[in-house]
Design a protein around this ligand. Structure first.
Ligand code: UD1
Length: 416
């Protein structure tokens, strides 16, 4: 099994430029299918989930040209609504192709989604929303088949503001007949990104950035280009790494307005920030305070995708912290791995108590999913001695070059 090896215990120091956002790029790639023409995307991260999505589009007949972080997609020749089962199963985000394919072909055939093992992850909100827009869904030969005689706008109230379901609704509604009014939709920055991207293609969307969106269907979209936002989860990971090592780092291209709650928690831990000329500077030399209580929440709350990295940093704080997970029930699977490194984490249902002891020791640990894996890297950076994090490929699903980035910040990290 592939690994990262770290010699930890040294403060991170230096400056790096952030990669583009994975979670923003994936729905935009799905959006490209909706349009019988060209889409250019800049600042696309070079990671596995993106290359799987590109392969899915290519199998559908799209022409994709990649040069560095620029992607040119020509979806004019796309000729099938079927998502390759083998590719689609590899990531949960393949479900967001449903709305786009229904919009383009009035049909979608896709495998039930895979992805990280962090909880039950049902798709009921996706299914009921597509039904509300006029699709009929059934299971056929183990695949999810959706069909419509023509999507029609409707009023949809989500019982929970699911990110993926909101994306599916937006993608299905932009070319549907009439108006769709979405209530209690997700308002994560990545959703804002999707709306802005689609507006650039001629879609009519208002209420962007709020939980209520109004989408007026248009007959056709146009060619467009779009530059993706920086990855706020990657940014947060490096900030928690800097806190855990009491380092001083600068993130070029960061957008602090998308991560206010994360910065708030880091400040509580003792970190200080400056933001000048699109550069976010963090001084984590005094980031050793525990945090009474943090609960993950939908945006603008503390993101579930940074909960594990926070947990790792709190293991080396000096005192007791309490962390609650409200989105994905199995995010605490890394607790035994952290404890193997000398941490004191006790999990009780959806809550973890961390008795921060100021230090960790290197050990062999195993990543089972993307963000938990990144958290083990954070712990390894803070730990004295050598840490080997097995399951490198899980981590590489979301981080373009985590070893390169941390190396630039002075970490001793290798992979094999
Ligand atoms: C997206 C992100 C993921 C992040 C998550 C929450 C991408 C590619 N992934 O995942 O990194 O952790 O948002 O911010 O953008 N739910 C249902 N029924 C559904 C759909 C979801 O009950 O039909 C529940 C889930 O079980 C979970 C919660 O809603 O408890 C959040 O899921 P959702 O917001 O849909 O997350 P994803 O879109 O899968």
């Amino acid at each position: 099994m592939e690994w990262f090896e770290l010699s930890g215990g040294m403060p991170l120091h230096g400056s790096i430029t952030l990669q583009g956002s994975k979670n923003a790029a994936l729905p935009l790639l799905a959006g490209a299918i909706l349009h019988r023409g060209k889409t250019t995307l800049y600042h696309v991260p070079d990671i596995r989930d993106i290359s799987v999505m590109i392969q899915i589009l290519q199998k559908m007949g799209c022409r994709v040209h990649k040069e560095g972080s620029t992607l040119q997609i020509d979806a004019a020749c796309a000729d099938t609504p079927c998502v390759d089962a083998f590719l689609g199963e590899q990531m949960r985000s393949s479900i967001i192709l449903m709305g786009a394919l229904l919009g383009r072909f009035q049909k979608a055939v896709l495998p039930f989604p895979g992805g990280c093992v962090i909880g039950v992850r049902p798709i009921d909100l996706h299914v009921t929303s597509m039904q509300k827009l006029g699709a009929v869904l059934r299971e056929e030969d183990g695949m999810l088949c959706a069909k419509t005689e023509g999507l029609c706008g409707n009023r949809i109230h989500l019982r929970f503001p699911s990110v993926g379901a909101t994306e599916n609704i937006i993608l299905a509604a932009v070319c549907a007949k009439g108006v769709t009014e979405l209530e209690n939709g997700a308002k994560e920055p990545e959703i804002v990104e999707l709306c802005r991207f689609l507006r650039g293609k001629g879609a009519k969307i208002s209420g962007i950035g709020t939980s209520c969106l109004r989408i007026e269907g248009v007959e056709r979209l146009r060619d467009s280009s779009y530059t993706l936002m920086p990855d706020r989860i990657v940014a947060g990971t490096y900030l928690f790494a800097a806190a855990a090592t009491r380092g001083q780092i600068c993130l070029c291209g960061a957008r602090p307005q998308d991560m206010m709650e994360v910065l708030h928690i880091l400040k509580k831990m003792g970190a200080e920030f400056r933001y000048i000329d699109e550069k976010l500077w963090m001084d984590g030399r005094n980031a050793y305070y525990p945090v009474d209580y943090v609960c993950t929440d939908t945006y603008p709350g503390f993101p579930t995708d940074l909960q594990s990295q926070l947990l790792a940093a709190l293991c080396v704080a000096e005192g007791k912290s309490r962390v609650r997970e409200s989105i994905f029930e199995e995010r605490f699977r890394i607790a035994p791995q952290l404890n193997r490194m000398g941490a004191h984490v006790t999990v009780d249902g959806r809550e973890a108590i961390v008795e921060g002891c100021g230090h960790l020791k290197g050990a062999d640990v195993r990543a089972e999913e993307l963000r938990g894996g990144a958290a083990l890297v954070v712990a390894g950076l803070a730990a004295k001695g050598t840490t080997r994090v097995y399951g490198r490929t899980f981590i590489e699903r979301g981080y373009e070059d985590i070893a390169g980035d941390l190396g630039k910040l002075g970490a001793v990290i290798s992979k094999g």
